[in-house]
Design a protein around this ligand. Sequence first.
Ligand code: HEC
Length: 158
Amino acid sequence: MLRLTVMMVAALGCAAVLTGCGSPQAAPAPVAHPSVLAAPTRIPGGKVGAAIRAGKRLFADTALGNGTLSCNSCHADYGTKAKKLSTGATAPSLIGAAATFPKVSVRSGQVVTLEEHIQSCIQNPLGGRHLAANDPKLVDLTAYVTWLSSGKPVSPGK
Ligand code: HEC
């Protein structure tokens, strides 16, 4: 009886090794939440740098919409800080946000790209019009928001 018990324990031990240690899947590396990441400091040169700078200016421009709000009204300090809104919602920090796209939009329930998400922000809450995919305003805003994810690991859907 004792021998049988020892054999059963040994067998269970083997099963644990097969499903646990023997598993080929390594645990995924932890990814810090975007809100705790630091903003990048260096804007690159050239045309991309110019687009990032133009996007940063647009970020605080109420003319993108109907003249009342800019992206900066909610995404504080040029998108580098989260802000609790009067509606109770929190506008997140956008540091690291671009690296999480494409993702399921909390608004539409559809998988969207960063550009599509920015378009939806321009239309509502800003009250602006839909822009063509190659509109310099959309390109510049995308450049700026993407720059805020410089060096962050790309993790679609996070
Ligand atoms: C009235 C407040 C408000 C304004 C103005 C606003 N946003 Fe947002 N934004 C939010 C809130 C709240 C969320 C989180 C819910 C969501 O994803 O819709 C968000 C989410 C986002 C996200 C997704 C972040 C993530 O981690 O998934 C991006 C990117 C973004 N906004 C960019 C912009 C840009 C660019 C503008 C200006 C064109 C803008 N927002 C204007 C409130 C605002």
